[in-house]
Design a protein around this ligand. Structure first.
Ligand SMILES: NC(=O)c1ccc[n+]([C@@H]2O[C@H](COP(=O)([O-])OP(=O)(O)OC[C@H]3O[C@@H](n4cnc5c(N)ncnc54)[C@H](O)[C@@H]3O)[C@@H](O)[C@H]2O)c1
Length: 460
């Protein structure tokens, strides 16, 4: 199949790489000249595990090419995927300008029967909108086309695996012909079991938003539980296991942390809320998800200020992890941005380290110190802060950390050290304001009291 993918970002590149791997002829189109130049020269502009290998391999075989020229990209394409950004607009709605621009371009270039696939996350009614724009402006009156909604569910960090073996593939279509062709296109990825779900286009568009809303609900729910735990003396890490072990609930997406970020949840929740309000539907749950997340994103900064005071003059903080999640360099809406803003506002100095996202963060905060080694970033810091749960942070050499920190204080925004005895450290985590040291102290005092009480009871 000749496939063109418009938009060579996280979704477009992964889709292009995976479709090329199973034998399709892929043309990647992007309006960003610098990005395309990099890709033509074998430089992958984003970090996603496995992506570089797939693209390099298929580029060598000529299965995937990169261009900024629409004419080259659209000529002879059987299927065109729209994978451009749909960022949040100022009113919370999804900004559809990039999609509309592509639809107009398509109307000028398509010639034979073409299937246009809406891959980006787009509001309900967008397939119809793209269809209308193309119909209105269609240059070649003999051209025929179908617009299909096929939302993407990949997770950054494991995007190749998700694309190659998806939980499900949703095809929203009103054309049996288009549905059949798209089903065939995905068949290499679902050899073991049929994971294709077909429905109308509006339901497909809604499914994507509803999925993200439910996942974000789970995150905000557990974070709210962590706030209650902190006040009542319960341990959120135990509570998580206590509730996750219920097969009706499960463990995924109920890990307490310093809030969700990324390019999808924040904007998609807002966009769905906007759509609902436009249709006079009250969105108490959607509003609450956002509200809790805002609180959570500021939580670590608030814990730091509570510990050190409002004025952080001359205080140095070391941040480990800048990306919004591990295994990606994506920092869009990352909680680390909120933390850094707050620390800088309070005159603190920041030293940070991320295995992949230093460069992206430098574009936002150029005057912060970035390190290529996580231990160097700790030198003389007043506290170490964990903002992303990269694997390399999970079991560090605490002896080195101890030697380098000015104060033995850790703020753990991802609860990755919950099972480690950090006796000498003041340890603050999500759902817990006390250090391990304090907890052990209090617990042992309680044991002692109970022990004494037991002895007295026996004596009596
Ligand atoms: N990133 C994810 O994890 C993810 C997952 C599922 C769905 N999505 C959705 O997929 C869509 C794309 O997300 P992304 O993260 O890949 O975005 P991105 O910002 O990484 O990439 C978008 C690309 O589109 C290009 N572009 C914009 N207008 C163009 C035009 N007119 N012609 C050609 N190229 C153009 C941009 O230059 C950019 O390279 C969004 O709707 C997003 O919500 C993203």
């Amino acid at each position: 199949m000749n496939i063109t993918i418009v938009g060579s970002g996280y979704v477009g590149l992964v889709a292009g790489a995976c479709f090329s791997e199973v034998g399709n002829n892929i043309t990647m189109l992007d309006s960003d000249e610098e990005k395309i130049k990099k890709l033509q020269n074998g430089i992958i502009p984003i970090y996603e595990p496995g992506l570089k290998e797939l693209i390099t391999n298929n580029k060598e075989k000529n299965n995937i090419t990169f261009t900024t020229q629409k004419e080259i990209a659209y000529k002879n394409a059987d299927i065109i995927f729209i994978a451009v950004g749909t960022p949040m607009d100022t009113d919370g709605s999804a900004n559809m300008n990039y999609v509309k621009e592509v639809a107009k371009d398509l109307s000028q270039y398509i010639e034979n029967y073409t299937i246009i696939v809406n891959k980006s996350t787009m509001p309900i009614g967008s397939a119809k909108m793209v269809e209308n724009i193309i119909n209105k402006n269609l240059k070649n009156k003999n051209a025929t086309f179908d617009v299909v909604s096929n939302p993407e569910f990949l997770k950054e960090g494991v995007a190749i695996r998700d694309f190659m073996s998806p939980d499900r593939i949703i095809i929203g279509s009103k054309s049996q012909k288009a549905t059949k062709i798209i089903k065939n296109l995905y068949s290499p990825f679902i050899l073991k079991s049929n994971r294709i779900i077909t429905m109308d286009r509006e339901s497909a568009e809604m499914s994507k938003y509803a999925s993200n809303a439910l996942l974000a609900t789970k995150i905000s729910f557990i974070n709210e539980m962590s706030q209650i735990c902190e006040k009542v003396g319960a341990n959120i890490n135990d509570v998580r296991v206590g509730i996750g072990s219920d097969s009706r609930i499960g463990y995924s997406f109920i890990y307490p942390g310093c809030g969700y970020g990324g390019s999808c949840f924040p904007k998609d929740i807002q966009a769905l809320s906007f759509i609902a309000k436009q249709n006079n539907v009250e969105t108490k749950i959607l509003d609450a998800i956002e509200y809790v997340n805002e609180y959570q994103k500021n939580l670590i900064a608030n814990k730091i200020i509570k510990r050190f005071g409002e004025n952080l003059d001359n205080k140095i903080f070391c941040i480990w992890g800048l990306s919004f999640k591990p295994e990606t360099d994506d920092i869009r809406e990352a909680p680390s941005i909120y933390l850094m803003q707050k620390l800088l506002q309070s005159n603190a100095m920041i030293q940070c380290y991320d295995p992949q996202a230093n460069i992206n963060m430098k574009a936002i905060f150029p005057n912060v110190k970035y390190y290529n080694n996580k231990y160097d970033a700790i030198d003389n810091a007043d506290a170490l802060i964990i903002m992303t749960e990269w694997k390399e942070f999970r079991n560090p050499d605490f002896k080195i950390i101890k030697d380098k920190l000015k104060n033995l204080i850790i703020f753990d925004g991802r609860n990755i050290y919950k099972d480690i005895e950090l006796n000498e450290f003041e340890y603050y985590y999500i759902g817990g304001g006390e250090s391990h040291y304090l907890r052990f102290y209090l617990e042992s005092k309680l044991h002692l009291t109970n022990f004494k009480k037991g002895c007295n009871d026996e004596a009596a």
